[in-house]
Design a binder for this molecule. Structure first.
Ligand SMILES: [Zn+2]
Length: 65
């Protein structure tokens, strides 16, 4: 048994990568939906705010004229 272990720094992160954000949690607030996101590659965190989507208006009456 050779028992060779590959040692790699736990924080080995590719530099200059494009973050791949994963939503850890989301909460609806009066300003919109606050999302706490984390990069799956480097573990960086960010808080996003998304506007609450406004539904497409639906006609409440027939067309007049
Ligand atoms: Zn990242």
């Amino acid at each position: 048994m050779t028992g060779s272990l590959t040692t790699q720094a736990p924080h080995a992160v590719p530099t200059g990568h494009e973050h791949g954000w994963l939503v850890e949690s989301a909460h609806r607030t009066s300003d919109g939906i606050v999302q706490y996101v984390r990069c799956a590659v480097c573990g960086a965190r960010r808080v996003d705010v998304a506007a609450i989507p406004i539904p497409v208006p639906a006609a409440a009456s027939r067309v007049v004229g």
